[in-house]
Design a protein around this ligand. Structure first.
Ligand SMILES: Nc1ncnc2c1ncn2[C@@H]1O[C@H](COP(=O)(O)OP(=O)(O)O)[C@@H](O)[C@H]1O
Ligand SMILES: [Mg+2]
Length: 481
């Protein structure tokens, strides 16, 4: 490992020989995360590194500009953004200037930009190959052409925790969108969006496309409800059907699989085993610990109020994608494809005033929509450590679980707060239409006996939703709101 002098600071550089000090921690659609550093550099202890991935199907170039012309326009108020030379720097500026003012610095960590050599990335790629889920390996790899990465605190650990003395447990929750849209630009045919949560409707499409084997009863509206009974229900559902919305870490190591294993794996940790895992953390008899633990998570969500700020950020999406898509076409100065498709209809008439908005107003709508998209797609890490000495002063917040008369230190951090690419607006619009249309068709089928239904309707659904196609790849790369 070396330190390299750059124009304004001394930067840490990871070389080939450093690769063995890191282990695979997890990954999403866009990044691979390494943790568990066991080397001697104090800068890396208790940290994770987040490295960009590249799709296997395309050869990615490191030299393409970080932001497009229109993205530069959209985010021009962020100081230094247009001069940013890497995605990591753009990401940090975005978190610092846009996200922290909304979510608060107490729950967000901007991280630090570090340099990585190509040999380091290649060594990492080889080392982690076997731990990565096969379907992720098929789709993407570490981007070997990217020379920087992000160093962030490992939010699944307590930095000052001595494992043997005080074990700790963390959960990662991907809450998704916690409110129902109420925009006048929503077409009548899509009115169901006003009453059923986006997550619930998306489950139906995912089931139809074979991405999941059963729908989850988790509803983000419960999690964000501010009512302890509903939050409890939401956490129980997440535990039962984690998909990629819930993970558990014990002393910093992942112990639940979620979607990690196979396409269809919606495995949760086995209840009985988990009762044993919780021994030493939850002071309750075997058989009662799981319930108390889930209650602890729910209670912390309620008393910390962290989701209140997240909900405010999500609600920057004021006019729904059905309105914002029109502003997007204004921003990129292109003829609106949506108005084109709807022709002379009511929808097109209702939305046409959006095309008379000034560029400034259009930029604001799109910017707010993109910020909300980040807030709908991020995760929350909550970590708990039992307080051994009740009188001991704590550097952390504490939560008291009355049912078992036990107090815990806790930490709450948001992760995965990336800026979304502007061109994803088109994908967001198309996915939204697909989700609603699949949901309404399926609902219709529930109430109309199949033999009375026009045979073609089934064929239309299947061709429209690409049942046999590789829908997984598409959804994986676009874990949209
Ligand atoms: N700061 C962190 N501390 C602990 N675990 C992390 C941290 N950042 C990411 N992870 C783990 O790595 C996974 C992938 O990271 P994420 O930022 O969500 O990638 P992506 O942008 O591809 O979705 C997360 O789901 C989480 O389990
Ligand atoms: Mg993620």
């Amino acid at each position: 490992m070396a330190k390299r002098k750059t124009s304004d600071s001394m930067e840490l550089v990871l070389e080939e020989s450093d690769a063995g000090n890191w282990v695979y921690k997890g990954e999403g659609a866009a990044n691979i995360v390494l943790g568990g550093y066991n080397g001697s550099n104090p800068h890396f202890v208790g940290k994770v590194i987040r490295i960009q991935k590249a799709p296997r199907s395309k050869t990615q170039s490191a030299t393409t500009s970080v932001l497009s012309v229109h993205e530069n326009l959209l985010w021009r108020d962020i100081e230094g953004i247009s001069a940013s030379s890497t995605k990591e720097i753009v990401g940090q500026l975005y978190v610092k200037n846009v996200i922290i003012p909304l979510l608060g610095s107490e729950h967000v960590d901007t991280g630090m930009h570090i340099l990585v050599s190509r040999q380091f990335l290649e060594a990492v790629e080889n080392n982690i190959f076997c731990q990565r889920p096969a379907w992720r390996v098929d789709a993407s790899k570490v981007n070997p052409l990217c020379d920087s990465a992000l160093l962030i605190s490992d939010h699944s650990i307590f930095p000052d925790g001595i494992v043997n003395v005080s074990p700790y447990i963390s959960v990662e929750i991907k809450p998704k969108c916690g409110f129902l849209p109420n925009s006048r630009f929503i077409a009548e045919a899509n009115a169901v969006k006003r009453t059923i949560s986006r997550f619930q409707m998306h489950q139906v499409l995912k089931l139809h496309q074979g991405e999941i084997s059963c729908v989850s009863d988790y509803d983000p509206l419960d999690l964000f409800s501010g009512s302890i009974g509903k939050i409890n229900k939401a956490i129980k559902e997440l535990f039962t059907t984690p998909q990629n919305n819930f993970r558990i870490f014990l002393n910093g190591s992942l112990i639940s699989e979620g979607m990690a294993g196979t396409i269809d794996s919606t495995r949760s940790v086995a209840g009985g085993e988990f009762e044993d895992t919780l021994e030493g953390i939850i002071r309750a008899d075997r058989g009662f610990r799981l319930n108390s633990f889930l209650q602890l998570v729910a209670e912390t969500i309620l008393i910390s109020g962290v989701l209140d700020q997240l909900l405010d950020a999500q609600q920057l999406d004021l006019i729904d994608i059905e309105g914002a898509i029109h502003a997007y076409y204004n921003v990129i100065s292109q003829h609106c494809k949506v108005c084109g498709e709807w022709g002379d209809s009511k929808v097109s008439k209702r939305c046409s005033p959006l095309h008379s908005l000034s560029l400034e107003d259009s930029l604001k709508i799109v910017r707010d929509y993109m910020i909300a998209a980040t807030a709908k797609d991020c995760s929350l890490m909550l970590s708990f450590r039992p307080k051994m000495d009740e009188d001991q002063m704590s550097l952390h917040n504490t939560v008291y679980l009355e049912s078992i008369n036990q107090r815990f230190d806790y930490k709450a951090y948001f992760i995965d707060l990336d800026m979304k690419p502007l061109k994803k607006m088109v994908h967001y619009y198309e996915l939204d239409q697909k989700i609603v249309s699949c949901y309404t068709q399926k609902e219709k089928m529930k109430y109309e006996p199949p033999n009375l239904m026009n045979r073609n309707e089934y064929e239309i659904i299947d061709s429209h939703f690409n049942v046999a196609g590789n829908s997984r790849d598409e959804s994986m790369l676009s874990d949209g709101p």
